[in-house]
Write a protein that binds this ligand. Structure first.
Ligand SMILES: [Zn+2]
Length: 447
């Protein structure tokens, strides 16, 4: 028994050491504890008073109780643009499109025209550098072309906008062709191209990309998933199976969570039968791979509960679960999403840095998305605490990413997240989430 105990203890300590290596211990009180502390402080001051809830101000949140940002009680997060302003020249050429996207975001949250012009500047530079090799929003030509179309549309340069859309649609042939070796995942594959099409229909308006173009890409993704599922004899359990470099990844960047998430977008117009008969059981198959901690493996064959990144682990899978909860209206998806949120809260302040793909900002987005669905302040609180952490950019001794200014690995991503925390009701994970209804209303008002 003694031996069993020590083994168990070793395993336990091993797990903690591993965790410490990857993430910082979260120094913040969680919402309930912060709320009790605020209530206790309030009760000491006003004995006998009946105060059911502490105010957002007492919780140190930069919001009023109605969720609107309060003036001047939080360091203006957009001061972080100063961190960035002098670094423009250090941005890699293949990062230009995502920097254009960041400036477009800063224009959206501030309505300051200079950001739009800045974005245009990057769009022009990036359109001169299209490489013709990759097709996705994030890593290929589709991103610069789609962002270009939106920026030109906002500047009322419809001719240039149409030109970008036409070039984007020219890529489609290689995406739907049956012989194509293209993967289906988000970073380099079909789902990443699909996102570009849906992005245009969300940001410019429905019908910008015709339904038949979207339908063809969607059916290429579905057919590919069915084929692999048959080959692997999983048609019963997981009717849509995907792989990248021969590995069946689970996460949002290279895996099934990202692909199912895209297929469940209303703008993708996947028919109800396919959603119910194909997508839903596949999602449930992934759900059954959940670790006891609430986290998810990086691939179906990986048993190690290690990574809590958007690219691999709960912070990516949570978006699939939230979308499933909206589409299929079953309680279990939201319950699993809340478990993801707890894991991310405990293990999500990553030593890898502050970025979006595998950093604290990307993990913070999971709380914002859960807040959208539940309107529970607990998740807004958690997002704000991760934002607070990101405001101390560089002070925690994190690893410096290979591309320090990039949207997905570095500073641009952290700034994107901070700017979204300022308007949490319309936040969206860049190059992944599509606009919310409130956000669409705002876009229409701007036009
Ligand atoms: Zn990553």
């Amino acid at each position: 028994m003694g031996e069993t105990m020590s083994k168990r203890l070793k395993l336990h300590l091993g797990g903690e050491a591993e965790m410490e290596e990857r993430a910082f211990t979260n120094p913040f009180l969680d919402y309930e504890a912060a709320a009790s502390a605020a209530l206790a402080a309030g009760a000491a001051e006003e004995t006998g008073s009946n105060r059911p809830q502490p105010t957002t101000e007492e919780l140190g949140l930069p919001f009023h109780n109605d969720g609107k940002m309060s003036d001047g009680c939080w360091p203006n997060t957009l001061n972080t643009k100063k961190m960035f302003a002098n670094e423009d020249d250090s941005v890699d050429r293949d990062q230009l499109g995502s920097i254009a996207l960041l400036y477009l975001q800063l224009y959206r949250v501030t309505c300051d025209q200079t950001y739009l012009l800045r974005s245009l500047d990057y769009v022009k530079r990036t359109l001169r550098n299209l490489n013709g090799r990759r097709v996705t929003f994030l890593c290929g030509d589709a991103g610069p072309l789609a962002v270009g179309a939106v920026v030109y549309h906002k500047l009322k340069s419809d001719c240039e906008s149409q030109e970008c859309i036409a070039k984007l649609l020219q890529l489609q042939r290689s995406i739907v062709s049956g012989e194509s070796e293209l993967p289906d995942e988000l970073l380099y594959g079909r789902a990443g191209y699909l996102y570009a099409l849906l992005y245009l229909n969300t940001e410019i308006g429905p019908g910008t990309v015709c339904e038949s173009a979207i339908r063809e890409v969607v059916s290429a993704i579905i057919e590919s998933g069915k084929t692999l599922s048959r080959e692997e004899r999983k048609a019963e359990r997981c009717p849509l199976l995907y792989q990248w470099h021969r590995k069946q990844y689970v996460g949002a960047a290279h895996g099934m969570a990202g692909i199912y998430y895209m297929l469940m977008q209303p703008a993708a117009k996947v028919d109800q039968e396919t959603l119910t008969e194909m997508v839903k059981p596949s999602i449930d198959y992934v759900r059954h791979k959940k670790f006891r901690s609430g986290n998810y493996p990086s691939s179906l064959s990986n048993e190690a509960d290690r990574l809590v990144h958007w690219c691999h682990g709960a912070p990516g899978v949570i978006h699939m679960l939230l979308q499933a909860s909206k589409v299929f209206k079953e309680e279990k998806y939201l319950k699993d999403a809340m478990e993801c949120s707890d894991v991310i809260w405990q293990r999500g302040l990553l030593r890898k840095g502050y970025g979006i793909c595998h950093g604290t900002a990307g993990n913070g987005y999971s709380f914002l998305s859960l807040y959208h669905l539940t309107q529970d302040k607990k998740y807004l609180y958690r997002a704000c605490k991760f934002a607070e952490w990101c405001l101390d950019y560089g002070a925690h001794g994190c690893r410096i990413p290979d591309r320090p200014y990039s949207l997905f690995e570095g500073m641009a991503g952290a700034i994107h997240f901070l700017s979204d925390v300022m308007g949490p009701e319309t936040s969206q994970f860049p190059a992944f989430e599509l606009g919310s209804p409130q956000r669409d209303e705002k876009v229409q008002k701007d036009d």
